[in-house]
Design a protein around this ligand. Structure first.
Ligand code: ATP
Ligand code: MG
Length: 266
């Protein structure tokens, strides 16, 4: 029944006998299935697009209105691009990478491609240079309730004369993204990162919605970046979990079993 997002207390209840328990479970299951059917009806008749897709549209609208330009880069990433993020053979993240060929993988993050574009675009456009990408990323995960093997990242980055105010700009950009989807219950917190050393995370309760970083950073030299920058990467399915209160992120991910969070085998 947890597939139907039954609340934990439903599974913990105490019954007089097995018959009473089975009857009660059957009733709860029927009610939950009913709710999922209603949700699918409202998807068909009203919203017509899953929440993750609607969140993506709202973020695109909010970011482009704020001057960010959308970029679209390859999903197949070379080993060399990962190495420039310091993700080489002995790095812990390497074990999470899906290799397609000896020297190509499915991108586990958008940052290498954005880093690559930043140098040309700041040269061509000057400052401020604001771009974002939204698209699939892949990581081998040990299938917890908060991790998917394929998920959708939205990564924004800005280069500007931000010296000394990168942290406050990061807060502003987190506010911009959260404002675009109308989500209020979040906070920023600093944490350790294997790639960046330190990240500033956007959290809803214990759930990490996004991770931000800023430069000048030791990785910048590899990519020919000298100006200050700030960037944040959000997981769209994590945002859907936060908005809907799902207990399992698989309800929000690319799926053949769920559509917009509703179970299909009901
Ligand atoms: P976590 O610590 O939760 O595993 P992370 O710090 O490894 O996440 P980042 O590299 O910071 O993840 O990626 C940016 C964002 O992408 C995360 O904040 C999260 O919202 C999302 N994300 C990362 N990995 C996954 C995953 N396997 N499934 C779903 N979303 C993910
Ligand atoms: Mg993170």
């Amino acid at each position: 029944m947890s597939e139907l997002n039954a609340k934990e207390n439903l599974l913990d209840r105490v019954f007089a006998d097995a018959g009473e328990r089975d009857q009660s479970y059957r009733q709860s299951e029927r009610q939950l299935a009913e709710r999922h059917k209603e949700h699918l009806q409202s998807l068909k008749n009203t919203t017509r697009r899953p929440l993750t897709c609607r969140l993506e549209s709202s973020l695109i609208d909010g970011l482009t209105a704020a001057g960010f330009v959308q970029v679209v880069t390859p999903i197949l990433l070379s080993r060399g691009m990962l190495a420039k993020m310091t993700i080489t053979r002995d790095h812990p993240l390497t074990r999470q990478v899906f290799w397609v060929e000896e020297d190509k993988c499915l991108r586990p993050m958008l940052a290498p491609n954005l880093y690559h574009l930043m140098r040309d675009l700041v040269r061509l456009w000057g400052k401020p240079m604001r771009i974002f990408e939204v698209g699939p990323c892949f990581r081998k995960e040990s299938q917890g309730a908060l991790h998917l093997n394929e998920f959708t990242m939205l990564n924004l980055v800005e280069i500007d004369d931000l010296e000394g105010r990168q942290q406050s700009r990061l807060q502003e950009l987190a506010d911009l993204a959260m404002g675009a989807i109308g989500f209020k219950d979040y906070r920023l917190e600093t944490s350790e990162s294997e790639v960046y050393g330190e990240t500033i995370d956007v959290l809803a309760g214990d759930l990490e919605l996004g991770s931000g970083a800023y430069g000048p950073h030791r990785l910048d030299q590899q990519w020919g970046i000298i100006d200050p920058w700030v960037g944040i990467g959000f997981g769209l399915e994590r945002l859907a979990v936060a908005v809907e209160g799902h207990r399992n992120i698989h309800r929000a991910g690319r799926s053949l079993s769920y559509l917009d969070g509703a179970r299909l085998n009901i």
